[in-house]
Design a protein around this ligand. Structure first.
Ligand code: RB5
Length: 145
């Protein structure tokens, strides 16, 4: 599976940790930056990840900023994107099972590296349950058109 990664400066260190973790696990990575802790604007990185996933250059994506919030808002502006900010294992599981989140957003100033990598694994290991949740996800997708 190919995963798109993007961050601003507040999420840069976490993005690098996520990238190393995923490469170790055999995932293919599309790294959309940023490439240092120099200050940048999170909207364009969130949008880039959203466009990569919506456009099929990557199957799913992970975005990181200081809180995960700003970059998730940007990713969610792209039609077809369901980006979830997650901060605990239950959210990591449910955003996949119920919301079919195709991007997760992590906060580099919120989560430890160990916590964040654990959440990434849970999200990747779970699948969308479909069923009654499919109709609601379809409604979200219609809203984004
Ligand atoms: C950057 O200082 C910070 O605002 C950003 O990383 C993020 O937390 C925004 O939601």
């Amino acid at each position: 599976m190919k995963l798109a990664l993007a961050s601003d400066h507040g999420g840069f260190k976490l993005k690098e940790a996520v990238k190393a973790h995923l490469i170790e696990k055999g995932y293919e990575i599309l790294d959309l930056g940023t490439n240092s802790e120099d200050s940048v604007d999170y909207p364009k990185f969130g949008q880039a990840c959203g466009q990569a996933v919506a456009g099929g250059q990557a199957e799913r994506g992970i975005v990181c900023c200081g809180t995960g919030i700003g970059i998730s808002i940007a990713a969610n502006k792209v039609p077809g994107i369901r980006c979830a900010v997650i901060t605990n294992p239950f959210m990591a599981e449910m955003c996949r099972k119920h919301n079919d989140a195709n991007i997760i957003a992590l906060g580099g100033r919120v989560l430890s590296e160990e916590e964040a990598l654990g959440l990434v694994d849970i999200w990747l290991e779970n699948e969308f349950e479909g069923g009654r949740h499919q109709r609601r996800v379809d409604m979200l997708n219609e809203m984004g058109k």
